[in-house]
Design a protein around this ligand. Structure first.
Ligand SMILES: [Zn+2]
Length: 328
């Protein structure tokens, strides 16, 4: 009996320690999600029978994590991926992926919102942006993936093309989510210098709309390259640089299971330099169990942030995720 009581006591102590160190508040919004049409899943995986990820699949994942809403970033840009052989009728495929994503989120108007996407270096970029700006589900914002699209921030021609897209999105008042990390496949340079080009040339061209920097300026995980890119933003924030006043950061997939306490501390320090009130939680596509929203949020809670700081991140709502349809 005594042994049982002792065991029970120990269990209660463990539970209360967990309660004290973990924030019970699940994120209100998952700010970085993707759906895959069956065609896009087949393209990306090379498996013609790949099932894709539907809105219904995503809603199940969100429900199991207790997350109410998600920002769905269209995967249309992958139809113009720079390091893959070109596909026939590329622009038709891009439109079809954006439209499929729109139809999916329209099934859950009180929970999901989509941003349109495309490769900003393609000849159809401005045409697709104009089309999205008038679309009932796609006008909310734009997702650009500099790695997938191979936007080279050291190449003035690329910067000029992307600047036109930023200016046009600003004109349509469409917020922008940007995966800034340049192409790893094509060995593009990336770090503080390239991030300064982004700040000076691109961010300055979209000063009227919020801009969300994906993966804390990296590509998932957190290496020294990401840290030096991010330092350009944290320096600008420290100096109250007006160009970063509308900038948000998603911490999607930055915490990896293998990370040491030092790595976690480095990320937490950067998050505090950014300011927790502009850091957003995101999971990324539910393509493997480590990225499922429930697993992603528990990984995020490994960061040495206080429960109060975690709560701020969990309850942050960027302007483009407000004013949803009433729950049905
Ligand atoms: Zn993503």
């Amino acid at each position: 009996m005594l042994i049982m009581r002792l065991a029970l006591c120990t269990m209660l102590v463990i539970l209360s320690i967990q309660g004290a160190t973990q924030s019970p508040q699940a994120p209100v919004i998952d700010c970085h999600q993707h759906l895959f049409s069956p065609a896009a899943a087949a393209l990306v995986s090379g498996n013609p029978n790949a099932p894709g990820i539907s809105a219904t699949n995503l809603i199940e994942h969100l429900d199991s994590a207790g997350i109410q809403r998600a920002l769905v970033l269209s995967m249309a840009y992958t139809w113009g991926k720079a390091s893959r052989a070109p596909v026939a009728n590329e622009y038709e495929r891009v439109k079809a992926e954006n439209d499929w994503t729109a139809q999916q989120v329209a099934q859950y108007p009180d929970r999901l919102r989509a941003f349109c996407s495309f490769n900003p270096l393609k000849s159809y970029a401005l045409e697709e942006l104009a089309r999205c700006s008038k679309h009932p589900q796609l006008h909310y914002g734009l997702k650009l993936h500099f790695g997938n699209s191979d936007v080279d921030l050291d190449n003035p021609n690329d910067v000029t093309k992307v600047k036109k897209v930023f200016e046009a999105a600003n004109g349509y008042r469409m917020p922008i989510v940007v995966h800034l990390r340049t192409s790893i496949d094509n060995n593009r340079k990336y770090g503080a210098d390239q991030t300064r080009v982004f700040l000076n040339e691109l961010l300055a061209a979209a000063s009227d709309v919020p801009v969300q920097i994906a993966h804390l300026a990296g590509a998932g995980g957190f290496d020294s390259t990401t840290d030096s890119a991010l330092s350009v933003f944290t320096d600008a924030i420290a100096k109250h640089d007006a160009r970063v006043k509308n900038v948000w950061f998603d911490a999607t997939a930055v915490v990896r299971p293998s990370m040491s306490p030092d790595d976690l501390q480095r990320i937490a320090t950067r998050i505090r330099q950014i300011g927790v009130e502009r850091v957003l939680y995101g999971s990324d596509a539910a393509a493997n169990p480590l990225l499922y929203p429930k697993a992603g949020w528990s990984a995020f809670q490994r960061l040495p942030l206080t429960p109060a700081e975690l709560r701020v991140v969990a309850t942050n709502i960027p302007p483009y995720m407000r004013h949803f349809a009433a729950a049905r």
